[in-house]
Design a protein around this ligand. Structure first.
Ligand code: SF4
Length: 278
């Protein structure tokens, strides 16, 4: 198998072509399980959509083992309550354009401006449900070895994005539960008081809807990327998934993968790309 070099930000297209060639080679010898067709599923079932904000509040409070999220919350209670209420009183906590849900910003151009700033820390987060079944780090874990020599990692979009986006002010996270990401966000905000925290995080539409107010409460800006495939669109499926029971595979669509790669290119080159249509 050919050895992949480090992703050169100044030769982005060449690096991407090299990655794709290597992915095809890995697929030929060790194909991983993928969805043969994208199932047509509603983002949130009508029954689940009822009182969703209350369901999310209930989930955040009752499932917060060791009060990990609420310890962060109570470090600045007044600020957090004010932001949470301000967000909750809006019709939607985000602005949506196709698969991108914008929090605290209105569009990709605004986000690209943040990506090029030196005082930002980027959280690059991936929900565990789109890790391959064969993932060497396990699916329901906060781990990812993203091993360039591993044929599974080479076919994995998470591996590609982590490899391409690697730099000192980008923090990759692999998200098993909503409380895990909540705790991590509070920690990162606390550890970087002089920086603005921004994010690109993949998640099901239901999660982006349910926990948008909580992201706004933490005062971070960014993009939630909607997953497709075998998503969770009921509370029952969501609850099972939060406990590691997720027999289906979710995916970032090819087009949206391309948009994420453009954002990572913008970040690495500190240069605006302003791609069309977003
Ligand atoms: S890149 Fe990470 S998530 Fe993807 S298969 Fe490898 S270890 Fe798993």
């Amino acid at each position: 198998m050919t050895k992949l070099k480090m992703w050169d930000p100044n030769k982005w297209n060449e690096s991407e072509l090299e990655w794709e060639k290597s992915a095809r080679e890995a697929k030929k010898n060790n194909p991983i399980k993928m969805l043969s067709v994208l199932p047509k599923m509603v983002g949130i079932t009508p029954e689940t959509a009822k009182f969703l904000k209350w369901k999310s509040l209930w989930w955040m409070i009752t499932k917060d083992k060791d009060w990990k999220v609420f310890k962060g919350f109570f470090k600045r209670p007044f600020k957090h309550i004010y932001r949470l209420l301000s967000s909750a009183l809006k019709t939607r906590p985000y602005v949506r354009k196709d698969d991108f849900f914008f929090y605290g910003i209105k569009n990709t151009k605004e986000f690209e401006n943040l990506l090029t700033k030196d005082n930002t820390i980027l959280i690059l987060g991936f929900s565990y449900c789109h890790k391959p079944f064969e993932c060497p780090s396990g699916r329901f874990t906060p781990n990812c070895i993203s091993d360039l020599e591993n044929p599974v990692c080479r076919q994995c979009f998470i591996g590609k994005a982590v490899h391409a986006g690697k730099e000192k002010q980008t923090i990759p996270l692999f998200i098993p539960t909503i409380h895990y990401i909540g705790q991590k966000v509070f920690e990162i905000v606390e550890q970087h008081p002089k920086h603005e925290i921004i994010f690109i995080i993949t998640a099901c539409e239901m999660t982006l809807e349910m926990f948008g107010d909580w992201g706004n409460m933490a005062g971070i800006k960014g993009i939630g990327v909607r997953l497709d495939g075998r998503i969770c669109n009921t509370m029952k499926a969501f609850a099972l998934s939060e406990n590691g029971i997720k027999p289906g595979l979710t995916v970032v669509t090819d087009e949206t993968q391309g948009l994420i790669m453009s954002l990572l290119k913008c970040r690495k080159q500190r240069h605006l790309t302003f791609f069309e249509g977003k």
